[in-house]
Design a protein around this ligand. Structure first.
Ligand code: NDP
Length: 342
């Protein structure tokens, strides 16, 4: 679309994801453009605004954010703040009459998710959670294979998403800001993929969390989570996610006839698909090639089109809420040492 027809986005929080991935991705989007910035650092906001051609009068601090209601160019507010701030800024954005795109994890509790959904419903604005993998063509191809029966009956999903998290001063290590450790930050990718690839919802979960004793990074949040979700069809999903191992980013979805997977999965780029089935007694592996896609640009465009076409996003608030219900069950299972029903 020409610039004047594109949907205007305000970016809230100018951290790593916003500066290194989201803002650059607008160049590859077709329907979205950045028109405002919200930051606690006025100098940084000014230099980023100059870089992206954003008007100096379209810069806001967290305190004067509510003035954004009067900026007609802003149609969507994209929240890229620490997790504990998602609920507050979603509610304030909805009050300002703006649609909301919110980073994952949606919030830090089920209760916050419910408040966010209610606020957007009351204000009659759209709410989308930025589950970028659900906009990735390879993930979508595997979901289609699985749900059209090409793998046979689904049996197991096995996944890992682990990376070392070094900086003890990061908000990710503070429970009040992050809500949890590896689980809501990176384990969530495994959890959400099991659901959207299979198209099924788990009914039971069994989990353990673990942290290396005496490690200052993990006094408030877990280093690692290991969990198994079971689904009524007999399908089960097992995942391991850690802030303290180097490293994994993969999944494999196994059915009675074939498997399909990604390694690497969950990353921003360089993703690869693998799949194999038995043919005439031989295991045939295929590695289909997909043209590279920018997940962030696809996500921005999906939200922009939902706004223009008055449609509910593919990953609405309810998608985030369901993941938070499951994450709360995972923590409960780890605490109580038993299977928890969802
Ligand atoms: P960063 O720490 O790099 O950035 C967060 C930004 O939030 C800061 O730069 C700051 O922006 C603002 N902020 C406001 N208050 C605080 C505070 N008390 N402490 C720290 N920052 C604050 O985080 P990320 O960019 O890595 O993550 C932001 C969000 O994006 C999280 O919810 C995370 O889960 C999600 N994320 C999603 C990814 C994905 O692939 N979808 C990947 C990475 C993150 P300013 O200086 O402008 O005020």
């Amino acid at each position: 679309s020409p610039p004047g027809k594109r949907v205007g986005f305000a970016i809230v929080g100018l951290g790593h994801l916003a500066l290194e991935e989201v803002l650059p991705a607008f160049a590859q989007s077709r329907f979205a453009r950045p028109v405002a910035l919200v930051s606690g650092d006025g100098n940084k906001a000014q230099s980023v605004a100059a870089q992206y051609g954003i008007a100096p009068k379209a810069l806001y601090s967290y305190d004067d954010f509510d003035r954004i209601a009067h900026n007609k160019q802003v149609e969507v507010i994209y929240i890229i703040l620490p997790n504990s701030m998602h609920a507050e800024f979603t509610e304030r954005a909805a009050k300002a009459g703006k649609h909301v795109l919110c980073e994952k994890p949606m919030a830090t509790s089920v209760a916050e998710c419910e408040r966010m959904i209610a606020a957007c419903r009351t204000a009659k604005v759209r709410l989308m959670i930025a589950y970028r993998s659900q906009y990735e063509p390879i993930d979508r191809a595997i979901a289609k294979m699985a749900q059209s029966g090409q793998l046979g009956a689904l049996r197991e999903f096995i996944a890992g998403n682990s990376q070392r998290q070094g900086d003890v001063n990061q908000w990710r290590h503070r429970k009040a800001l992050a809500g949890g450790g590896a689980l809501p930050d990176i384990g969530l990718y495994c959890l959400n993929a099991a659901r959207f690839l299979s198209g099924e919802e788990p009914t039971e979960v069994m989990a353990r969390v673990w942290s290396p004793p005496g490690d200052a990074r993990f006094t408030e949040v877990e280093a690692a989570v290991r969990f198994t979700m079971t689904f009524p069809s007999g399908f089960a999903a097992t995942a391991v996610s850690s802030y303290d191992s180097h490293e994994s980013r993969f999944f494999r979805l196994q059915g009675t006839d074939a498997w399909a997977g990604m390694n690497p999965a969950f990353a921003y780029e360089g993703l690869k698909m693998q799949s194999a089935r038995l043919m005439d007694g031989h295991d045939t592996l295929i590695e289909p090639h997909f043209p590279a896609a920018n997940q962030f640009a696809r996500e921005l465009d999906h939200m922009a089109r939902c706004v223009r076409e008055n449609r509910i996003p593919h990953t609405p608030g309810e998608e985030g809420l369901q993941d938070h219900r499951i994450m709360e069950a995972i923590y409960q299972s780890a605490r109580e040492g038993r299977v928890v029903t969802i």
